[in-house]
Design a protein around this ligand. Structure first.
Ligand code: AHR
Length: 332
């Protein structure tokens, strides 16, 4: 092969490799094309999702992708597959690419100071969506958008007080918690405890993480049934609850009757079990954060001020509701 042909070959291979890389990174290219036709440079948003552990999470990723497309924002999405080191790498790749704004859902609260300082030094504003970080310098994050997990834990506790009115104690509670040291795990546990602590009949006899996974929810529930006699299960998300319900039924017990079940999220599967009387209470946590994230990204990219904290409005669905059958399809 003569030197000219060799160079042509090398250039073609390089272009192919770049095209393939582009295909992996850019989930919504139409936004950029549309904006370019209008002569405007599109906003590039780097979004580091933490994983795909639950139906909630899949709904959240879909909400972000659809909202980006609608807003004409170019989305560079990475999925960290439940590993903090992958999420840190994703953030560094966004910084190297000089995206306009970064949004991410931190898998745990601690360990972000260095990478967020790098983003700040590069002049890239960061949105925490869904979960929060625990950093020394608050200015490393522009804003948080998501649920008030502490309030969700309180709502779970308030349902339990109502459900157990007049029931003699002790009332034995088991908890299957989410990913250790994540914001929902910490705050849902704290909110729940703060409410039930008002009533000394309640005793948390068991608490273990199921990492927000259906398979682990099932395993942890089997362990609970082997080691404890319980009256109540408080599970930090629907995915784990669905696994736990399977284990309870396999043990010959009736979920919702032999064991009172309180869960968080509001996935369609959990709402269906609530309607059938196999779950007693579903505390809503909405994954539909895409539109809000895009509005914040647009403001931040334009150098405008944004609120530091935006909580989603959420409700509670329980066996006491008269209109359970009219709950519209959940979309996740
Ligand atoms: O951070 C939100 C939580 O993470 C949801 O409750 C859960 O389903 C998800 O995995």
């Amino acid at each position: 092969m003569n030197p000219k042909t060799r160079i042509k070959w090398l250039v073609s291979i390089l272009l192919l490799a770049l095209a393939a890389l582009g295909g992996l990174w850019f989930v919504t290219a139409p936004g950029r094309e549309a904006a370019q036709r209008g002569g405007e440079k599109p906003i590039i948003l780097g979004f580091a999702q933490l994983g795909s552990e639950s139906g909630w999470r899949i709904g959240n990723s879909r909400s972000v992708a659809q909202a980006a497309e609608k807003a004409g924002i170019q989305l560079m999405e990475r999925n960290a597959e439940q590993k903090q080191e992958n999420q840190i790498k994703a953030l560094r790749s966004f910084i190297a690419y000089q995206v306009d704004v970064i949004a991410f859902s931190p898998i745990v609260e601690d360990g972000w100071d260095n990478v967020l300082r790098e983003a700040k030094e590069a002049g890239i504003p960061v949105i925490c969506s869904d979960r929060s970080v625990n950093v020394e310098d608050d200015s490393l994050v522009a804003c948080f958008v998501g649920s008030d997990f502490y309030a969700e834990g309180q709502r779970a506790g308030q349902f339990l007080l109502r459900k157990m009115e007049g029931v003699p104690g002790p009332i034995r509670v088991a908890e299957i918690s989410g990913t250790l040291d994540s914001t929902p795990q910490r705050d849902r546990a704290r909110g729940f405890r703060d409410v039930i602590a008002q009533d000394e009949r309640f005793e948390i006899v068991y608490s273990k993480s199921g990492d927000f996974l259906r398979s682990l929810g099932r395993e942890v529930m089997k362990d609970i049934l082997r080691s404890e006699k319980i009256d109540v299960l408080y599970s930090h998300n629907d995915a784990m609850t669905l696994g736990a319900v399977e284990a309870i039924e396999e043990a010959g017990l009736a979920p919702g009757q032999d064991i009172v079940i309180i869960t968080v999220d509001g996935e369609q599967g959990a709402i269906d079990l609530l309607k059938q009387g196999r779950i007693n209470c579903v505390v809503e946590c909405t994954p539909m954060l895409g539109d809000l994230i895009m509005q914040l990204a647009q403001k931040l990219a334009a150098g405008q001020e944004v609120p530091r904290l935006i909580y989603s409005e959420e409700e509670v669905f329980t066996e006491f509701d008269e209109d359970l059958l009219s709950i519209p399809p959940r979309g996740y």
